[in-house]
Design a binder for this molecule. Structure first.
Ligand code: GUN
Ligand code: ZN
Length: 441
């Protein structure tokens, strides 16, 4: 079978390193009339249009000019069973979990419900330009099966796992140390490294796991060192106090996860807001990755993530939506709120670093920069098309934008799903329509 070769034409932006400042032009390549040559789900070449057009005999040419082509966006922390929890009013973390989240997650025992919600979940990711995410499923094995099956159907690179939780949760939402271990093991056998899928061992957080369960979670991590680990850390003061009561022998919150062998460079720690110096040192030492979830942290009133402080210790921070405590699926809106959270602390998120963060930066945090997050030849063809004039207000603002950085900042502050004109997953266009011109040569 011959594969259709595609040549995407547009303004092409791809990062090669983390920009060290707002004018660091060495950290990216930008082509005003660029193109990306794609076949078999991969990028064959990225370069000037006129150069690549010569190699593109027989290709379908898809002209996205004047829009901007970038790598697909990466969301490193999201809860797929919370698609109907987003925008639930009036509570902070522990009340919010008990009042809204746990009841909603109980319904994922039903595999039909899980499958239907997984379809909605992926529709939202695609609409918002997210081509890879790391998600929590519910406690039920069926929810994780539905999550991975739908990702496989769409050809997406996705990471996830069923949550382990054996206490402080309602009936119907608790496993046991042994069933949690056995179900995780079975899911790893069924899904991990299958095509573009990876498993994350997922103890929800210290409060919902007994020591016996965290012990077995540590065993899973030791037995499957190539799996990811995801959990929550130091999001909220009441959560931290309760964790200290439940684990009185631990030196601090992170010490709980340390004790059970859950901290590796593949560990993603959602929130990580209220940390002690010892915990910060331990993050630096183990290479575990804090995940900044700005819309969630503001929504639940959790606190302000100290990005610069952690980076100052050589820690690699990821960034994510955390839907359904997060209030938008959009990684652009996540940057918008992230910008404000950092402003409140006298820190600055310039647009080059912002767009690096949601593409190559999150790929680096996941150890996947050779596969996703850039437009380099040989990587997987997950690509988005960005329109900085998607709304009247954006178009008006763009009349006065003269630089790439200004355009990116308009997208960072005003962009959302309306600014995502098309999304390619492994080279296949996922949105039913866009503003491109198509032509066969
Ligand atoms: N901590 C434990 N579970 C959750 C969750 O579902 N969302 C958030 N934001 N924090 C958590
Ligand atoms: Zn979360």
């Amino acid at each position: 079978m011959t594969t259709q070769i595609k040549l995407l034409r547009g303004r092409v932006l791809s990062f090669t390193a983390e920009p060290q400042g707002p004018d660091d032009t060495d950290a990216y390549s930008y082509l005003e009339d660029g193109a990306i040559l794609i076949a078999d789900g991969r990028i064959l070449a990225t370069g000037d249009h006129d150069t690549l057009a010569v190699q593109a005999a027989g290709a379908e040419i898809i002209d996205h000019r004047p829009n901007l082509l970038m790598a697909g966006l990466i969301d490193t922390h999201i809860h797929y069973p919370q698609v109907q929890v987003i925008a639930s009013w009036g509570a902070q973390l522990l009340d919010w979990l008990n009042t809204y989240t746990f009841p909603a997650e109980t319904r994922f025992a039903d595999s039909d419900h899980s499958a239907a919600m997984a379809r909605h979940f992926y529709d939202q990711l695609i609409a918002h330009g997210t081509t890879t995410a790391v998600a929590y499923c519910s406690v039920h094995r069926a929810s994780a099966d539905a999550y991975f099956a739908e990702a496989e159907r769409r050809g997406m690179r996705m990471i996830g796992g069923k949550v382990l939780m054996d206490r402080n949760a309602p009936e119907g939402l608790r496993d046991t140390p042994q069933t949690g271990y056995d179900d995780s093991k079975a899911l790893i056998a069924d899904w991990h490294s299958k095509g573009r899928l990876s498993y994350a061992v997922t103890p929800r957080f210290a409060i919902t796991s007994t020591p016996a369960q965290l012990e077995l979670a540590g065993a899973l991590v030791a037995e499957h060192p190539d799996c990811y680990v995801q959990t929550h850390l130091s999001e909220n003061h009441a959560e931290i106090a309760y964790t200290a009561e439940l684990y009185p022998q631990a030196p601090d919150y992170l010490g709980v996860y340390e004790h059970f062998g859950l901290l590796t460079p593949k560990s993603l720690l959602g929130h990580a807001i209220h940390l002690t110096p010892r915990e910060i040192g331990l993050l630096a030492e183990t290479g575990a990755k804090p995940v900044f979830c700005p819309t969630s942290n503001l929504f639940l009133g959790s606190g302000l993530f100290d990005d610069a402080g952690l980076r100052g210790h050589g820690i690699t921070n990821a960034i994510a939506t955390d839907v359904g405590a997060g209030t938008s699926y959009s990684m652009l809106q996540t940057l918008n709120e992230g910008y404000k959270v950092l402003q409140l602390q006298g820190q600055n998120l310039h647009p080059l670093r912002a767009f690096h963060w949601i593409t190559r930066g999150n790929a680096v945090a996941l150890g996947l920069q050779d596969r996703i997050g850039t437009l380099a030849a040989g990587t997987e063809a997950d690509i988005i098309v960005l329109n900085a004039r998607a709304t009247d207000a954006m178009a008006l603002r763009m009349q006065c934008a003269t630089t790439l950085s200004e355009e990116l900042f308009v997208l960072q502050m005003m962009g959302d799903d309306r600014a995502i004109d098309q999304v390619y997953v492994a080279g296949t266009a996922m949105k039913p329509s866009d503003n491109a011109q198509r032509q066969q040569v």
